[in-house]
Every structure is written in structure tokens, then in C-alpha cells.
Design a protein around this ligand. Sequence first.
Ligand SMILES: [Zn+2]
Length: 190
Amino acid sequence: MKRINKLFPAIFLDRDGTINHDKNYLRDEKDLILYKNIEKPLQKFREMGFKIVIVTNQSGIARNYFTLTKLKQINSKLMSMLKKLNVKIDGIYYCPHGPKDICNCRKPKIGMALQAAEELSIDLQKSYMIGDSVRDYLFGYNFGGKGLLVLTGHGRKQFAKVKDEKQKPLAVVRNLLQSVKVIKKDYEKN
Ligand SMILES: [Zn+2]
């Protein structure tokens, strides 16, 4: 008999400008500053049964602004900061490539979502992506789920570009806490 593994819905989150303040190629863990009360929406998502996965484009590597070792240090510091706030993150994935590299992982391409789905048993169609750029919410639709634009970080500037896109976000929210209500309502509808 074939064993069927349970699949989980997930909230995919961008890193810079969504969880922590955007520092324009954040290159040192000392510059990591979390948005205030970030633990609240994240804990609520967990209570709703979502896994939480961070997916981040880090072209600063391709541009030689910082090394892969440094990126890993920054990510692990971020994970420990969130852990101290009692937030469990299931995974963190990064794309180290630049816009001109040919890769499958730079958002809005879905390589990171496919990898997370495989490793963490995620049902992508029931999942959501939240980020402060157009490419973030498009990533959510590209992997078969939905995407929201958050107005922190580059969100306000990016919002002006939404009109040029055929695919609109599920919602535009002021912050992550506001996204909880929107996602709860949408998730329960399906
Ligand atoms: Zn890549």
C-alpha cells in the first residue's frame, strides 16, 4: 500500500522588508532589526496550522557584496532572534544568484517553493506568500498558491507597479498582522 504523507499549508515570507527592516543588501547580522511585534502574526499563523518558511533573494552574493558564509550567519542569527520570541520557523531558503544568472530559484521563479514543498511536505496550492515586492506576491501565484503585498520595506514603491501586472495580489496589507485576517478568511473559504 502506498503511504500517503500528510501535507501542510505554509506561509512563505520574504525576509528583508517583510520580517526585518530592509538595509539595502543587509550584509551583517548586527544590522538585523525585526519589525515590532513580528511574533504576533507569526504565532497566529502557526495556531492556524501553517508551516512558516522564509524565502529570500540574496543577489548580494552574486554581486560580491558579502559571502555565502556571511549570509548563513545572518540567517542563523535571524532564526535565533525569532526563536527567542517563541516563533518557530520551519525553513529558510535563499537564492544567491543575480538577475542575469540563469537559475530556477530567484523569485518570482519557484525553485525555492518546490524545494521547501519536497523537504517540508507542503501543499503549495493551500499556501500563501507575503512580501514587500511585486515579485514576492507573483511567486505565490507562480507556485500555485496566492500572494499578498505588504507595505513595509519597499512595499509602497512596489505598490505603484501592481497596476502594470496582470496578476494582482490577493490583498495589499499594511503589515503582517493585517495579513492574518485576510488569509484566515480566504483559507476558510477554500
Ligand atoms: Zn537562484
